[in-house]
Design a protein around this ligand. Structure first.
Ligand code: DGY
Length: 447
């Protein structure tokens, strides 16, 4: 529901960005399929009434899965001149070519929703059975490769892996990464106002890391030992944990009658052990002083003391205790008072807050969606409602931008953006035809 009378509708935007079974986040700036964008966008396709297309988005994402289980953060399905770093920079020899890192795995939680809320039950069962084993392998990969010491806290090797590229959380760890020793030409700053994008300082280090992965043959053991950037990333940990919970629930409830719990018994046992580790390990990331969770620079052994929306995502995973959840709830009013088009990705009272620079202060609606679920799950209904209303206000002011200036509501980054359109269709302003046709819950209870 956009304020602009001649603007394309949310469904139009998905169609505009559809390149044949996969949806680009936006034309030009992001011309391939991105991992967490694809998952969120699948919700939009379902809510627009095209359940088959929603599952197709998932299938096309899984075409990029590596033999070791990783689902990369970009799948280079086609060619494009408008993005840097493209496949030649990542140097991954497979077809389709991909990047060499992952992204927050919200996919499993989305698949649970597609399965539970899909009206076409036969399609939902068939597609779940076909895709679930790959997603189980994806989660096993995360725990195996990114938490080999069983801390309960998986780590990331690149700020892009968090999806929150330029968050102040990464300033400290990124300072330990050398700049790349080569010339390169960015494309993003030719397409979007540079004041809404990361600086050259960060890009020099982003590209250093991409080369580092390649020079080390993407060898998991070497990367864990030697990567100059290794961060226990609170958003990744939380989204993975929620996804694992959803995967286990899907298998155990076996609503599709597919015998998933017995077929994947060993994998489920391992996933449950990882869940238990995270339930314990997360407490090391709680800040009593700041009243939220933090990421941890595992190389320097330093907690990254920034109040960000990432630090509240444990709510989405059901990880905080009741006192911690309440504490986080008390932050929301102040947060919104200073930046009403929230929830600002960095708290507006932070000295590093920049309301329109990538992940340093703007608002993202898919994060708001996860936060609203998290607050609601913990009984903090008012906070959830405030975040939902702020999200609606962003779209009302600016339409379907990638993200929003959290002080003014102005649209930032890419326009006609798939995940914002999807969040409007699925969460903020669902069509009556979608809500009315949701499958009755009694048929599909899975948790
Ligand atoms: C970019 O290029 O800005 C992306 O966020 C990397 O995934």
């Amino acid at each position: 529901m956009t304020a602009m009378p001649d603007a394309p509708s949310a469904h139009d935007i998905l169609k505009l960005n559809d390149l044949g079974g996969y949806t680009v986040p936006t034309r030009g700036l992001y011309p391939f399929q991105w991992n967490w964008d694809a998952a969120i966008t699948a919700l939009g396709w379902m809510a627009a009434g095209d359940e088959a297309r929603a599952w197709r988005e998932v299938e096309r994402l899984l075409e990029g899965q590596w033999d070791n289980g990783m689902v990369p953060h970009i799948i280079f399905h086609g060619d494009a001149e408008t993005y840097f770093p493209g496949p030649e920079v990542w140097g991954v020899q497979r077809s389709p070519s991909t990047s060499a890192i992952s992204q927050p795995p919200v996919l499993a939680s989305v698949m649970k929703i597609l399965f539970e809320e899909g009206h076409d039950r036969a399609l939902a069962s068939e597609k779940l059975a076909a895709t679930l084993p790959a997603v189980i392998n994806y989660h096993l990969w995360f725990y195996r490769e990114r938490d080999p010491e069983n801390t309960g806290r998986v780590c990331s090797y690149h700020p892009w892996e968090s999806g929150m590229d330029n968050s102040p959380q990464w300033d400290g760890p990124l300072a330990g990464v050398p700049p790349v020793d080569a010339e390169y030409v960015r494309r993003d700053t030719g397409l979007v106002d540079p004041s809404e994008r990361p600086h050259k300082y960060e890009y020099d280090r982003y590209i250093y890391l991409v080369q580092f992965f390649q020079q080390n043959d993407h060898d998991g053991e070497v990367l864990y030992r030697d990567c100059p950037y290794r961060v226990e990333d609170i958003s990744l940990i939380s989204i993975l944990h929620r996804g694992t919970r959803d995967l286990v629930a899907l298998c155990e409830a076996d609503a599709a009658g597919l015998g998933l719990a017995s077929t994947h018994g060993e994998a489920l046992y391992s996933l449950k052990q990882s869940q238990a580790l995270t339930e314990q390990g997360i407490q090391a990331l709680w800040s009593e002083e700041l009243g939220c969770f933090l990421s941890h620079d595992a190389r320097a052994d330093v907690l990254l003391e920034h109040v960000t929306t990432a630090g509240m995502l444990p709510l989405f995973a059901g990880l905080p205790n009741a006192i911690q959840a309440e504490r986080m709830g008390t932050l929301v009013a102040d947060w919104l008072a200073e930046a009403p088009y929230g929830l600002a990705s960095t708290h507006p009272q932070s000295t590093r807050f920049e309301p329109k620079r990538y992940w340093r202060g703007p608002s993202w609606l898919h994060i708001n969606w996860m936060l609203a679920i998290g607050f609601e799950d913990h009984g903090l209904i008012q906070e959830a409602a405030q975040i939902k209303q702020a999200s609606k206000d962003c779209i009302a002011v600016a339409g379907y931008y990638e993200y929003f200036n959290s002080v003014t509501g102005e649209g930032c980054g890419g326009r006609d953006f798939s995940w914002t359109a999807a969040m409007d269709l699925y969460w903020l302003n669902p069509l009556e035809s979608f809500t009315a046709s949701k499958a009755p819950q009694s048929e599909v209870e899975t948790s």
